[in-house]
Design a binder for this molecule. Structure first.
Ligand code: NDP
Ligand SMILES: Nc1nc2c(c(=O)[nH]1)N=C([C@H](O)[C@@H](O)CO)CN2
Length: 236
C-alpha cells in the first residue's frame, strides 16, 4: 500500500479510543495529527512514531478558533477529520448551565467550527472524510447525562447537514458507540449492569471503533450515515 501523504486529524486522541485509532492508523502507514487537552504518556508514543500533536481546549469559541489557527499553521491538506474529543459529564446539580455549555462546546460547536473552517483542507481530488464520534444514547436519551446526550444528538444532526453541504467532494459520517471501554473507576456492579444492557454483553475495546473508522474511510459510497456500534443495545 503506497504511503498516504495527507494526514488524518483525530481530536482528543491522547488516550483510550482516540489514541488507539491514531496508533492503528500509524500501523497502516497513515500520517496522523492529534489534538490533546491534557498531556498524557500516550502522546510520547505518538510523537516517537512521527505523529504531530497539537494542544486544543474546545471549551469556548476562543479555544476552538485558536486550535483552527494552529492547525492551519501546521497542515495545508488533510485526508480526514475525526471528531473524537468528548467529555462525559453528568448533569451536576447547581452546575447545569455550565455543564450544558461545556457539552455544547466540545460536541457541537467544535465540530461545527472545525468543519466550517477546515473543510478547505480536505479533498483536493482524493478521498476525503469527516467522521463524528457520537453515542448510541442519542437513540433513547439519558436520565443522568441529559446535556451530554442532547449535544451528541446535535452532533448526529451535524452529520446530516455537513454530508449534504460537502458532497460529493467530502463524505461525512458518524459512529455511535455504546460501552466500548470502561473507565478505571467503574466498579463491578456498574460493569455488570452496563454489560447486561446489550444483547452481546461484552466490553469490546477500542478496536471495534477503529474497524468502523476504517470502513468509513474505505467506502466511497457511504455519506450522511451514523454507524451503530452498540452490541445490540436496541434489542434489549
Ligand atoms: N468509551 C466508551 O465506552 C464510549 C465512548 N463514546 C465516544 O467515543 C469517543 C471516545 O471515547 P473515550 O476514548 O472514552 O473518550 P475520553 O472520555 O477518553 O475523552 C477523549 C478525550 O477528549 C478530551 N476532551 C474532553 N473535553 C475536551 C475539551 N473541552 N477540549 C478538548 N478536548 C477535550 C479529553 O481530554 P483530557 O485528557 O484533557 O480529559 C480526552 O482525552 C468519545 O466521543 C465518546 O463520547 C461513546 C460511547 C461509549
Ligand atoms: N467521552 C466519553 N463518552 C462516553 C464514555 C466515556 O468514557 N467517555 N463512556 C460511555 C459509557 O461507556 C456508556 O456508553 C455506557 O455506560 C458513554 N460515553
Amino acid at each position: 500500500m503506497t504511503q498516504p501523504t495527507a494526514p488524518i486529524l483525530i481530536t482528543g486522541a491522547s488516550q483510550r479510543i482516540g489514541l488507539h485509532c491514531a496508533e492503528r492508523l500509524l500501523d497502516e502507514g497513515q500520517s496522523v495529527i492529534v489534538s490533546y487537552r491534557s498531556p498524557r504518556e500516550g502522546l510520547d508514543r505518538l510523537r516517537e512514531r512521527g505523529a504531530m500533536t497539537l494542544h486544543a481546549d474546545f471549551s469556548g469559541v476562543d479555544g476552538i478558533l485558536a486550535f483552527i489557527a494552529t492547525l492551519k499553521q501546521h497542515a495545508s491538506v488533510l485526508r480526514a477529520i475525526v471528531h473524537n474529543a468528548s467529555d462525559w459529564r453528568t448533569d451536576t446539580p447547581g452546575e447545569e448551565a455550565a455543564v450544558f455549555q461545556q457539552m455544547f462546546d466540545v460536541h457541537m460547536l467544535a465540530p461545527y467550527l472545525i468543519n466550517t473552517h477546515c473543510a478547505e483542507l480536505l479533498g483536493h481530488g482524493g478521498p476525503a472524510d469527516i467522521i463524528h464520534i457520537s453515542d448510541d444514547v442519542t437513540r433513547v436519551g439519558s436520565k443522568k447525562h441529559i446535556a451530554y446526550a442532547a449535544s451528541k444528538a446535535g452532533l448526529d444532526n451535524l452529520t446530516l447537514s455537513f454530508a449534504a453541504r460537502l458532497a460529493p467532494a467530502i463524505k461525512v459520517n458518524g459512529i455511535a458507540p455504546a460501552l466500548i471501554q470502561f473507565n478505571e473507576g467503574d466498579d463491578e456492579e456498574y460493569r455488570r449492569k452496563a454489560l447486561a444492557k446489550s444483547a452481546l454483553g461484552i466490553e469490546p475495546g477500542a478496536e471495534v471503533i477503529y474497524q468502523s473508522l476504517r470502513y468509513l474511510l474505505d467506502n466511497p459510497y457511504v455519506t450522511g450515515t451514523t454507524l451503530s456500534v452498540n452490541g445490540g443495545r436496541h434489542l434489549i
